[in-house]
Design a protein around this ligand. Sequence first.
Ligand SMILES: Cc1cc2nc3c(=O)[nH]c(=O)nc-3n(C[C@H](O)[C@H](O)[C@H](O)COP(=O)(O)OP(=O)(O)OC[C@H]3O[C@@H](n4cnc5c(N)ncnc54)[C@H](O)[C@@H]3O)c2cc1C
Length: 530
Amino acid sequence: MTTYTRLEADDLELIIGTLKEFTDRNAPWARRIEWDEHDTCPADVVREMLSPEVGLHLPFLPAEYGGMGGGAYDIYRLSCEFAQIDLGLATSMLAVALGTDPIRVGCTEAQKQQWLTRIAGEGLIVAYAVTEPEAGSDVQNLQTVARPIADENGRVTHYSITGMKQFISNGSIGDLYTVLAKAPGGPSFFIVERGTPGLTPGKHEVKHGIRLSDTAQVLLEDVVVPADQLIGEKEGEGLKQANEVFGFTRLMVAAFGLGAGLAALSRAIAYSMQRRAMGTLLCEKQGYTHKLLVPHSVRLAAARAYIEHVADLLDSGNKDRQVEGAIAKIFATESGNLAADDAVQALGGYGYCVEFEVEKIRRDARILRIYEGTSEILQNIVGLYRMRESVRSKGRFYGAMAEQVEPFENAGGPAVARVARLLSETLSVLFHKKLAQQQHALFECATSVVEVETAVALVRAAGISGDPLLQAQSRVHASDVALSVPVRLAKLFSGAGVEPPPIDFAALLAYQSGRLADLDFIARAITLGI
Ligand SMILES: Cc1cc2nc3c(=O)[nH]c(=O)nc-3n(C[C@H](O)[C@H](O)[C@H](O)COP(=O)(O)OP(=O)(O)OC[C@H]3O[C@@H](n4cnc5c(N)ncnc54)[C@H](O)[C@@H]3O)c2cc1C
């Protein structure tokens, strides 16, 4: 059994230090913007990133096969740091981790010894080849087939794979591909090495953002692989293997969202502290700070708290966390995008120019809402699963969260507790009135679930921490959620002509008390540090 434990704090800092040193030396801003301008993937830099001297892929690989066996917390921290430097390069790393995952979770011991050891030691560039022209979100519509080839005794010795893969990260530079194909027993992953006859990597796609990350089609024409390159040596396990790692991989993309948001916000804050307009610094203008800086510092604090909560769950052995992974990804990537968009605004005309970096961060961050499960597909998952869980528990699921956060008055706990209970009642009515069969209703619930659960995580973290800034951020997030969730749900019910559960708007408005003072405090704290 593969083991994952958190790295020692010093070791993690050492790896983050290596990452920064490596990118400063090999991928400084001037080079990255040139690659971006010319739509070029620096394959040599990606390869060196995986070399024995640098080994940035090793925390993702189990220790028993030559990796460092980092846990979810380590993966989150490393991903967040990488995203603050460059999302394109970070995506190449994500693809190596993604491509390795089916091997990590699905292979037999002998297969793991063979392939994971090679990935760790040789630094193979791995690509995860699942998406097809007609099968993106709808992966069930997979058209690539794996035809078994049997010997004279009827024993399957090889498979012949034929199909087309679309939008594959590291697709044209990969050494190893994990390819999902339809075998007679169902969708299955196969390991295919570069150079296998019939495998033709396509050309690097020209994209809106992460332009230096290689994205390409991969054509497979009668690609013959030995039967022991079927992952797990059992057909029909592919979708199960993919599902098993969603908690980890979506956490990684959520960390990218957080990192991109932090990178954008830090540039906006720096600009506001040196730019004068009409006699004062921008950071002293309340309209500017409370619109363009403070809301993002609040959302990103909530994103971080939720990501750390999911990392804790995963590291304590809760492997099947695909709903939490989905919540983390939706919230952190949407928040990162909002922060990046407002950072362009915060820098005015400079923000719109390439040289000031936020323009690229904004373009790069846009992919995070699309790959590794679009926001909409994830909303579907979150809405459906949380409704079932809440109804099945007869309200105890959100009831328990409410009880946990209610005592933290200094972090907006009572507001979040009230909204969590309202959400619970709403999910029950939606279910019993069969309104949940409408996808719009499910999406509105999912948005509310995401807001409530991230607020719960932030209240818990802030309440325990005693940090005045985090507590103010938590109170503001709680006051936002206290109104946004009830208003959204009331609109949904009224629009569908269904009686909503009772909503006490006067009580909810009371939670707005002190909000302006909190916004002022956060603005000062994140700019002037007071
Ligand atoms: C830069 C980049 C890198 C990528 N890297 C990889 C990789 O390494 N490996 C890999 O296998 N794939 C990769 N992908 C593919 C990516 O995962 C898919 O693009 C994504 O899953 C969406 O699929 P699609 O593009 O076919 O869009 P579609 O599935 O056609 O979706 C289009 C829109 O419809 C919405 N939609 C779809 N179904 C539903 C539904 N049931 N209900 C409501 N709304 C719905 C979607 O949310 C989206 O907004 C990459 C894509 C890009 C752009």
